[in-house]
Design a protein around this ligand. Sequence first.
Ligand SMILES: N[C@@H](CCC(=O)N[C@@H](CS)C(=O)NCC(=O)O)C(=O)O
Length: 207
Amino acid sequence: MRLIYTRTSPFARKVLVCAHELGLADALELEEDHPLQAGSRVPLHNPLGKVPALETDDVQLGTLIDSPLICEYLHTLVEGSTLFPSPDSPERWRVGYLHALGDGVMDAAVLLRLQNQRALVHRSEQWTNRWHAAIDRSVATFEMHVATLGAPEGPCTIADVSAACALGYLDFRHPDYVWRAAAPALAAWFEGWSQRDAFVQTAPPPD
Ligand SMILES: N[C@@H](CCC(=O)N[C@@H](CS)C(=O)NCC(=O)O)C(=O)O
């Protein structure tokens, strides 16, 4: 399998964390490509022009796009994986909700980062406020649900992976954004998750 990815993408990190958790990291060939750089080959793999994309070994299946789908695919390759609760489990919706929330924080934080790279005159205060508010509310929601996240040293679900990658990306790209004071239990949980091997192994490179 070949993962087309960017080392700084939180969505790609989600896939890499899942691969590590599942013992599949060595089965992944990595192809680094930046979708926003001229000459990027990402659109050849994903019509949306986004990373991550996973070229599977299954010729019928071809390439998968979108991190939730890719992570779920990896989960199906490993018997006994706990990443995605079974479809008939009540946990499925709780985990799915928190997974979507973490991904949404990443979406807002990535858009905020792109906007911060534009000249001041091209920035929109209205959108900046909207993305900040979405992140604030989502962090508060994670804080409310923190007891339902997995213990940092135990088996994990995709909700834990998404929450950790979202918080890791906030710290990486928005270091001035102060979220820990408003979410102390989440901060303690993230402190534990930050030591997890799969998370340490997939840290983005320093700028
Ligand atoms: N929903 C997608 C989001 C992927 C995404 O937004 N990736 C960013 C990098 S962090 C990207 O490739 N952006 C390029 C673009 O929007 O053209 C997923 O979960 O994989």
